[in-house]
Design a protein around this ligand. Sequence first.
Ligand code: 1GP
Length: 245
Amino acid sequence: MTILREQAAKWRHVFKLDPNRTISNLALKLVCNAGTDAIIVGGTDGITFKNTWDLLNRVREYPVPCVQEVSDINAVVPGFDGYLIPTVINTKDSRWIHGAHLDALRKYGDVVPWDKVLLLGYVVLNPEAKVARLTKAETDCGEEQMVAYARLVEHLFQWPVLYMEYSGRFGDMDMVKAARSVCGQSRIFYGGGIATKEQTMEVAKVADTVVVGNLIYTHAERAARTVKWVKETDGKGERSVKNGR
Ligand code: 1GP
């Protein structure tokens, strides 16, 4: 087991910062000091070495773990605490499943710090999201199909993380519950449209790791409060029943 995998197994809340978006010093301070488990730096487009490097250096002012979600091999920046590698399960375009990964391994396979790498198995569920269009994700997915994806990750592939990605829109909690009903080992990450206390707590009761992105840029103070709201759900909901954790 990688070291990063062990660390991520304890993440209940993470913020996702996009290097291609502007964030004020005040907003950054609020989210970095909010008590989150980690900051993820990554996004879908306009990601460069420079904007990633700049953001890492600003986050490094604070004592919070900071990992990079890699979307472009040319923008991988040394010095992060870890590297999240996404793969999209609900696409037929092999580039997003393992094609880009193989290209990267052919070039840089000898120097990958494997103990700092964590694979994220994405199911992209919001057809309007940039990531859905880019990866040609098959977002028209019902609960039965979601259970099949979750079983693929949990049992067949035995991957560490199933990431349910609704980026930009609050998702269908019945879909998350469907995945929850068959996931015990793989961790369920949920991201998408979290903007209120109710939404934060609803997600936190079912998913293992709550990802907050856009709210940082629109309501930084409220985004900071999501950390506390997640903690308020400890011991409640499907998540605690299913896993006893
Ligand atoms: C995006 O899952 C994250 O990759 C978070 O989504 O930006 O909608 O909060 P939001």
